[in-house]
Design a protein around this ligand. Structure first.
Ligand SMILES: NC(=O)c1ccc[n+]([C@@H]2O[C@H](COP(=O)([O-])OP(=O)(O)OC[C@H]3O[C@@H](n4cnc5c(N)ncnc54)[C@H](OP(=O)(O)O)[C@@H]3O)[C@@H](O)[C@H]2O)c1
Length: 265
C-alpha cells in the first residue's frame, strides 16, 4: 500500500454532526474528496439548511450516497431516530462529532440555564451520539471505526477576551471522554481522538473575531506563532488523517490545531 493509499477513505461510511454549516461543511467536503462512499450529516436545521447542503454536495459528487438528516443531538430519541433512518447502511466507519454551541456569558452571570446550554450539546449530546453509534453501527465492524471529536483550543488554554466558562468546561471534558472511549473500545478496533482547533477563518461561530476589520483580529493573530487563523484546509486535513488508515496506530490523543499557540509563551 502506498502512503497516498493510506489516506484514502474509499468505500467508507461517515457521519458528521452539525454538518450543514461552518466547519461541518468543510469536513463533509474533505471526507468526500478522500472518497467516502456514504456521507450522512445532521443538525437541527436551525443554522444551515440540511436540504441545501445535501443538494450542494450531490451536485459535486453525484454517485455518492449523501443524506442530510434532522437530528438534535441533545435528544437521545432523535439520535435513535437518526440511526433508524440510516440502518440500511448497516455499519459506519467514521463519526465526526462536530456539532457544538458557544455561549459567552461572564462567569459570575452564569445561570443554570446558560451553563447547561453548552454542556448539553458539546458534552452530553456528543457522548450519547458516541454511545449509540458505537453500539448500533461500529461494534460489529470487522475493521473497527474512527471517532473524531471536535473540541477547541479553549479545552487547553484560558482566554480572557470572552469568558466562556461553560464552553471551556464542556470542551475540556471531551478530552477525558475521548480517552475513555479509546481505552474501552480499542479491543474492537475503534479509535477515538479529539481535535482542538483555534480560531478558524470563515463563516463560523468565530466570525466575530476573524472577520476582516474586527478590532481584535490582529491581536489574536499576533498570539499565534504561525501568524494566521486555521483555514478550511487545516480542518479537512486533520479530520481526514484521523479518519484514515494513515492514523491507524493513533488513539486517545488530543491534537491541538492552533498554529503553535499551545507551545508558545
Ligand atoms: N469556528 C471556530 O473558530 C471554532 C474554533 C474551535 C472549535 N470550534 C468547534 O467546531 C465545531 C463547529 O464550529 P462552527 O464554527 O462551524 O460552528 P457553527 O457554524 O455554529 O455550526 C455549528 C453546527 O452545529 C449544529 N448544532 C448545534 N447544536 C446542535 C444540536 N443540539 N444537535 C445537532 N446539531 C447541532 C448547528 O446546526 P443547527 O443549529 O441547525 O442544529 C451547526 O450546523 C463546534 O463544535 C465548535 O465548538 C469552532
Amino acid at each position: 500500500m502506498t502512503v497516498l493509499d493510506l489516506f484514502k477513505l474509499t468505500d467508507k461510511k461517515a457521519l458528521v454532526t452539525g454538518g450543514a454549516k461552518g466547519i461541518g461543511r468543510k469536513i463533509n467536503e474533505g471526507l468526500l474528496e478522500a472518497g467516502v462512499e456514504t456521507l450522512i450529516f445532521c443538525g437541527r436545521g436551525r443554522h444551515g439548511s440540511l436540504e441545501d447542503e445535501e443538494k450542494r454536495l450531490k451536485e459535486q459528487w453525484p454517485s455518492r450516497d449523501i443524506r442530510g438528516i434532522k437530528c438534535d443531538i441533545n435528544q437521545e430519541s432523535e439520535i435513535h431516530s437518526l440511526i433508524e433512518q440510516i440502518k440500511d447502511i448497516q455499519s459506519l466507519e467514521i463519526l465526526v462529532n462536530n456539532a457544538g454551541v458557544t455561549w459567552a456569558v461572564p462567569t459570575l452571570d452564569q445561570t443554570m440555564k446558560s451553563w447547561k446550554r453548552a454542556i448539553d450539546t458539546n458534552l452530553t449530546g456528543t457522548f450519547f451520539m458516541c454511545k449509540n453509534i458505537i453500539q448500533e453501527l461500529m461494534l460489529s465492524n470487522e475493521n473497527g471505526g474512527s471517532i473524531i471529536n471536535i473540541a477547541s483550543i479553549l479545552a487547553l488554554k484560558g482566554f480572557a477576551e470572552t469568558p466562556q466558562i461553560g464552553y471551556s468546561a464542556s470542551k475540556s471534558a471531551l478530552l477525558g471522554l475521548t480517552r475513555q472511549l479509546a481505552i474501552e473500545f480499542a479491543i474492537y478496533g475503534i479509535r477515538a481522538n479529539v481535535v482542538c482547533p483555534g480560531f478558524i477563518e470563515g463563516d463560523s461561530m468565530a466570525e466575530i473575531f476573524t472577520n476582516e476589520g474586527s478590532p481584535i483580529r490582529e491581536t489574536l493573530i499576533d498570539m499565534v506563532p504561525l501568524r494566521r487563523f486555521a483555514s478550511s484546509n487545516d480542518i479537512k486535513g486533520i479530520v481526514t488523517f484521523l479518519a484514515s488508515d494513515a492514523s491507524a496506530y493513533i488513539t486517545g490523543q488530543t491534537i491541538p490545531l492552533g498554529g503553535g499557540v499551545t507551545v508558545s509563551l
